[in-house]
Design a protein around this ligand. Structure first.
Ligand SMILES: C[S@@+](CC[C@H](N)C(=O)[O-])C[C@H]1O[C@@H](n2cnc3c(N)ncnc32)[C@H](O)[C@@H]1O
Length: 352
C-alpha cells in the first residue's frame, strides 16, 4: 500500500532540486523513499516505503535543514471531488482521525494554477477554522499545525506538521514590501535573509548602532541600504556606482576595488556578498573571510544557473565546512532558497 506522502513546497522550476535534497536527507537517515515532482508545479510529494520509516522521517524533518523547501507537512488524506456547497464536512471527517493543531493553514501552491486559488483559500480559512474549533481540533498547546493544501477548488490534501519544525507562514512565504527609498528591489533578499536565517539573538548582536559590515558586490546598494537602516557603518566594495542618497547618509564608504582581493583593515561584524560569480569562487572567498576572522558572520548568495543545483549547493557548503574544520573553528550555518531569491540561494554562516 502506498504511504501517505510528505509534501514540500518550493519555487516552481526547482522541484527536481527539492526532490534530490529530500531524497538525500532520507538516505542520510537510511530511510528508503521516492519523490514525485511534477515540473513547475511548485511542490514535491515524497513517499516512504513503510509506516515506520514515515514516522521516523516525520520525527526528524526540520524545515531549517532543507534549502529548497519553503514549507512541508505530512499529507494524511487526499480529498477529490469535494462538494462545492460543503467542503468543510469531508475535511473535518478526515481531520478528526488525525492530530489536533494549534492552528490551521489553508495553503495553495506558488505556481500559476496555485496562485489562482489564493482568494478562495483566504476566504475559506475563517469558516474552516471555526468549524475545526467547534470539533475540538484546534488546541493552543498542540505541538502540530494543520495544513489543508488546495490543488483545485474541489481537491485538497489534509495533514499536519510539527509547529517547531515547519513555517507558521502560509506557503512558508515571508512577504515584504520594498522600502520606498531602496536603490534596488534586491534589498528584499537581504531583509528576508536576516529575518529567516538569523535568530533574534544574533540579529541583536550584529545590528547595534555603530557596528560595521562589508558589502562585496554592493552596487547600486540594495543590500547596503538594509545594513544602513539597521544602524551599521558599511564598507561597500564594487567598481560600479553606489546610490547617491545612500552615500549621503555618511554611513557608507565606497571602495572601487575587486572584492576578491579586498579585505578590511579591522574585522567587521558582518560580511555580505551578492556578486554574480561562480558559486565555488564565492564559497572559497567566504571561507577565507571566516577563516581569517575578517568577520564572524556572513550572509551570501550562491548563484545557481546550472542544472544540478542541489549538488552544487552541497559541494559549496561542504567546501566551507571543510575549511573551517581544518582551521579548527566551530560554526553554524543555514541556507535557504528564499522567496525573493530567483536562480540563487542565500547562505548564512557564523563562526564562534
Ligand atoms: C547583483 S549585483 C549586486 C546588487 C546589490 N546587492 C544591490 O542590492 O543593489 C552584483 C554586483 O557585483 C559586482 N561585482 C561583480 N564582480 C565583482 C568583483 N570581482 N568585485 C567587486 N564587485 C563585483 C557588480 O559590479 C554588481 O554591481
Amino acid at each position: 500500500m502506498q504511504q501517505a506522502p510528505f509534501v514540500f513546497f518550493c519555487r516552481p522550476g526547482f522541484e527536481s532540486d527539492c526532490a534530490a535534497e529530500v531524497q538525500a536527507i532520507a538516505n542520510a537517515y537510511e530511510l528508503a523513499g521516492y519523490a514525485n515532482a511534477p515540473t513547475d508545479s511548485g511542490y514535491v510529494r515524497f513517499f516512504l516505503f513503510d509506516e515506520e520509516s514515515a514516522e521516523q522521517f516525520f520525527e526528524m524533518l526540520d524545515l531549517n535543514d532543507i534549502v529548497f523547501a519553503r514549507q512541508w507537512f505530512w499529507a494524511k488524506a487526499e480529498l477529490q471531488d469535494l462538494p462545492l456547497e460543503d467542503r468543510i464536512s469531508p475535511i473535518i471527517e478526515m481531520s478528526s482521525g488525525g492530530a489536533t493543531g494549534n492552528s490551521v493553514l489553508v495553503e495553495h501552491l506558488d505556481s500559476d494554477e496555485g496562485r489562482e486559488l489564493s482568494k478562495f483559500c483566504k476566504k475559506f480559512s475563517t469558516p474552516l477554522t471555526i468549524a475545526l474549533e467547534k470539533q475540538g481540533l484546534i488546541h493552543e498547546d498542540s505541538e502540530f499545525r494543520l495544513h489543508i493544501l488546495f490543488l483545485a477548488n474541489d481537491h485538497c490534501l489534509v495533514g499536519y506538521s510539527p509547529v517547531e519544525r515547519s513555517s507558521e507562514l502560509k506557503g512558508g512565504i515571508l512577504r515584504l514590501k520594498s522600502p520606498r527609498h531602496a536603490p534596488s528591489r534586491s534589498t528584499l533578499k537581504l531583509d528576508e535573509a536576516i529575518q529567516v536565517l538569523m535568530s533574534k539573538k544574533q540579529q541583536k548582536q550584529v545590528f547595534r548602532l555603530g557596528n560595521t559590515a562589508a558589502d562585496l558586490g554592493a552596487a547600486p546598494g540594495g543590500w547596503t541600504f538594509q545594513l544602513v537602516e539597521r544602524g551599521l557603518q558599511v564598507s561597500a566594495v564594487d567598481n560600479g556606482p553606489m546610490d547617491k542618497k545612500l552615500m549621503a547618509t555618511e554611513q557608507v564608504e565606497h571602495f572601487k576595488a575587486n572584492a576578491f582581493n579586498w579585505f578590511p583593515e579591522k574585522p567587521v561584524d558582518l560580511v555580505v556578498c551578492d556578486m554574480v560569480e561562480k558559486p565555488s569562487l564565492v564559497a572559497n572567498l567566504m571561507a577565507s573571510w571566516l577563516e581569517e576572522q575578517h568577520a564572524q558572520q556572513a550572509i551570501f548568495n550562491l548563484k545557481l544557473p546550472m542544472k544540478k543545483r542541489f549538488q552544487e549547493v552541497a559541494d559549496c557548503i561542504g567546501l566551507i565546512c571543510d575549511r573551517l574544520e581544518e582551521a579548527e573553528l566551530s560554526y553554524h550555518w543555514q541556507a535557504k532558497h528564499l522567496y525573493h531569491d530567483r536562480e540563487e540561494i542565500t547562505v548564512y554562516f557564523r563562526v564562534k
